[in-house]
Design a protein around this ligand. Structure first.
Ligand SMILES: *[C@@H]1O[C@H](CO)[C@@H](O)[C@H](O)[C@H]1NC(C)=O
Ligand SMILES: *[C@@H]1O[C@H](CO)[C@@H](O)[C@H](O)[C@H]1NC(C)=O
Ligand SMILES: *[C@@H]1O[C@H](CO)[C@@H](O)[C@H](O)[C@H]1NC(C)=O
Ligand SMILES: *[C@@H]1O[C@H](CO)[C@@H](O)[C@H](O)[C@H]1NC(C)=O
Length: 590
């Protein structure tokens, strides 16, 4: 992912001073290429000073993070890499490096040295995004984009130096680099983000690279016999004239009506393929996908419903979520997805906090039984963080009412609720001009009363409700069936003026005569919500001024005129995940 920004070294020094003062992090570092080693003091102290730092979402110790890179499970260890600017809390394309962390459970992480730094002519202006592939002889290989000495985007290979090192701490860049360069009409700045490679029935490796050709978003296809010499296929895997540049493409099989994920090279008749593209057009960033049928013999990919525009394309997440990447977890036989969650705070606040960027909590991903969309769900391991629990059953919320859910830490929580709608007859008509659900959520915000809905959760709320973020549903009558709208409204999430308070929304393809479920993961400044058992996901950021830490509250509400029943609600306080550098951990803690 590419974003323009400026930097200055005096600012950098000032930032460093602020970081130490604000977050009690001691920097033990040396020269210019330094590996930054950080030491945390008491994490609760850090949280006191840092109300927006998260407790169970992945973040580096400090500075800027963007795309997830090269996630994999290898020899009993999960690896996660990420685009990191080790020097400051702002994007800095030229300094982008691969941060690296390892885990045994995808929840607790150990920070390691950076895996890739811009050191060679083929990546001297940045080690950008890429993916890991485990080769048949067991060698983990990374394909990544380097920005070379002529500022061209090229594709490079790095191999784990010692595959028997459980943490794969050292990576060797191939002396054949760069392996792929932008020629034949590919723009030098439109050629990036190789996927995990897959092997066809002819034994050849295939990989796709994000591009824009003649103004159209394109997934260029390359093939190789030996993973080193790659040739471009005459035909791209897919392209769309409805979009521009495709960044961070992803391409993988999903099982039809299966409950397991599939390894990237698996091809069989009970399989569909997903192609995802990250599209940053008109200042609007989204991860959109299509589902289709892939013929490995011919490399034809026939999509069921093609990309069209942002209001109708399928999206992983309808909130702030970009440049995602999946991997196959062979231990738990599932496909797991990570996505970059940007800040919505001001740039100056990012600098003052000393960090910017989160990763979504890892989600397992499956094809919905309709075959028309994917479903996502936080991986089960998150449940190990649950502590205090409250339960509510069969509770009616009358129109115009809200009630507080007490007994848990509302700033650090996992909430699952299922709503029953006793009477659907009086649903309002969905007007023709309300085709764009996000626009509809802005008009019909949480305080705009309705008939069936808005009803849902108010999170990160202050006790006088001066601040709250709202995740809610509304039910409309469409042409031949009911239509369910899901919104995540941040318009009153902070009394601070300088914060972006975007409202997001999407329709969910569910039948509201069945109970309607909502799950929200709340973690200080991030709210990840899953509607209809993961059919529609919306991630949002909120930076409350008052509703921080123990002052945050949680409510359920119904501002429609029709009563709604909470069929069941369970909410848990969450323990913080452990994230720390290796030298602070004993083997038993890892
Ligand atoms: C890396 O960051 C430093 C400090 O912010 C800056 O001076 C330098 O220009 C950056 N290097 C590149 C190649 O962008
Ligand atoms: C999956 O199974 C359901 C229930 O048996 C069926 O209705 C649906 O058509 C199946 N989906 C696909 C894509 O075959
Ligand atoms: C929310 O909707 C109400 C009623 O339609 C409107 O008065 C108010 O301005 C809206 N609030 C925001 C922040 O858009
Ligand atoms: C739906 O909610 C109603 C009311 O709480 C409850 O009686 C019913 O068991 C729920 N149905 C399902 C399938 O959970």
């Amino acid at each position: 992912m590419k974003r323009s920004s400026s930097s200055s070294s005096s600012l950098y020094h000032w930032v460093m001073v602020m970081v130490v003062a604000y977050t009690l992090i001691n920097l033990v570092s040396g020269n210019d290429d330094e590996m930054i080693i950080v030491k945390y003091d008491d994490p609760t102290q850090v949280l006191l000073q840092q109300p927006y730092r998260t407790a169970f979402h992945f973040q580096p110790p400090q500075n800027w993070m963007n795309d997830p890179n090269g996630p994999m499970y290898y020899n009993g260890v999960y690896h996660f890499f990420y685009q990191h600017n080790p020097r400051e809390a702002q994007f800095g394309s030229g300094n982008l490096s691969w941060g690296h962390a390892v885990s045994y459970n995808l929840v607790d992480w150990v920070y390691l040295e950076h895996a890739l730094n811009p050191t060679d002519p083929f990546d001297i202006n940045g080690c950008w995004s890429g993916s890991a592939t485990i080769l048949p002889d067991g060698t983990p290989a990374i394909l990544y984009t380097g920005v070379d000495s002529q500022s061209r985007e090229v594709q490079n290979l790095a191999i784990a130096k010692n595959p028997s090192d459980p943490y794969l701490r050292e990576w060797i860049k191939s002396h054949h680099n760069p392996l792929m360069v932008p020629v034949d009409g590919i723009g030098t700045r439109f050629f990036r983000d190789p996927t995990t490679a897959w092997q066809g029935p002819d034994g050849k490796w295939r990989v796709i690279i994000g591009s824009e050709i003649n103004g159209h978003g394109t997934a260029l296809l390359y093939q190789s016999d030996d993973f080193v010499t790659w040739s471009k296929s005459p035909k791209p895997l897919h392209f769309s004239d409805a979009t521009k540049m495709w960044e961070c493409p992803d391409f993988y099989p999903v099982s039809v009506n299966g409950t397991n994920g599939l390894d990237t090279s698996v091809m069989d008749t009970n399989t569909k393929h997903v192609l995802k593209a990250s599209i940053n057009m008109d200042n609007y960033m989204r991860d959109s996908y299509v589902i289709g049928t892939y013929e490995p013999e011919t490399d034809e990919f026939v999509v069921d419903v093609d990309f069209k525009d942002k209001s109708v394309d399928l999206r992983y997440d309808y909130g702030v979520f970009y440049a995602s990447k999946t991997f196959y977890d062979s231990l738990k036989r599932r496909r797991v997805m990570w996505g970059w969650v940007l800040e919505a705070d001001s740039k100056l606040d990012d600098i003052n906090k000393g960090w910017a960027g989160l990763q979504s909590f890892p989600r397992s991903i499956l094809l919905d039984e309709s075959g028309k969309q994917l479903t996502q769900w936080p991986i089960r391991e998150i449940e190990s963080l649950r502590t205090e629990e409250v339960n509510i059953q069969n509770k009616e919320i009358e129109g115009g009412a809200e009630f507080e859910i007490t007994g848990i830490t509302a700033s650090q929580a996992d909430v699952e609720v299922s709503f029953h709608i006793p009477n659907l007859d009086d649903a309002e008509l969905l007007l023709r001009e309300w085709r764009d659900p996000e626009a509809l959520c802005r008009i019909k915000n949480a305080s705009a009363g309705g008939k069936i809905g808005p009803f849902g959760l108010m999170v990160l709320a202050s006790d006088n409700l001066a601040e709250h973020a709202d995740i809610f549903f509304r039910i409309y009558k469409g042409n031949d069936k009911h239509v369910v709208l899901m919104c995540s409204d941040q318009s009153r999430s902070s009394l601070r003026e300088e914060v972006e308070k975007t409202t997001y929304g999407a329709f969910i393809d569910v039948d509201p005569s069945q109970n309607l479920s909502l799950r929200s993961l709340i973690d200080h400044s991030i709210i990840e919500s899953f509607g209809g058992r993961g059919k529609t996901c919306i991630t949002a950021r909120a930076y409350p001024k008052v509703a921080v830490g123990n002052a945050a509250r949680l409510y359920a509400f119904n501002y429609g005129t029709e009563s709604i029943v909470i069929s069941s609600l369970s909410a848990w306080s969450m323990k913080p995940a452990q994230l720390s550098p290796l030298h602070e951990r004993t083997k038993s803690q890892i």
